[in-house]
Design a protein around this ligand. Sequence first.
Ligand code: GLN
Length: 220
Amino acid sequence: MSAGAPTVGVLALQGDVREHLAALRAEGAVAVPVRRPAELAAVDGLVLPGGESTTIAKLAVRFGLMDPLRAAVRAGLPVYGSCAGMVLLADRLVDAPAGQETVGGLDVTVRRNAFGRQVDSFESTLRLEGPDLGGEPVPAVFIRAPWVERAGAGVEVLGRVVGGEGDGKIVAVRQGDLLATSFHPELTGDRRVHALFVEIVRDARGHRSGAVAGEERRPS
Ligand code: GLN
């Protein structure tokens, strides 16, 4: 692992940016807002926050960030999308306005506002899977939340809704260094998802800087 805290950006065009910055800092990252391509180029990982995905996508196009975001995901930048951020990471959408753009990269079909129009928000507890997320169920806040309708073969399902509307629906996934949740862990104080993401970023950076350090090492 390389020395020093990883730098994790939060896309700061709209949505609950501050809460993610705070959760990332609490997990030991240097957390910075990202609004411009130069700021994107300087981070080791990126959070796409909750908010309104149509608005965030339009602003990303207007700020000249959409193509750099797509290129960064293709190049392997670790990205965590929460709620609207999950929508933005999805390769395919259902129940979205015609022509809604996404960053893409995550091989899933995501249904927007999936839990029914009258149920704008609710809280639940979820048992998440995987070594870093297991143990006690995590509190989950859903706000006009999407779910994953279909997940591609390379996508690991980390969590599903248990009971009630949406029973069995997929609400947490990972594909390599891409992570997405339908819910908002930045609002509950349970930081396991942020801890996992910071760990993903650290590992990814370790691999990259390990390669660079190897090339630069010279006999003394
Ligand atoms: N319904 C919103 C969207 O599709 C997401 C809501 C949220 O992020 N809390 O963009």
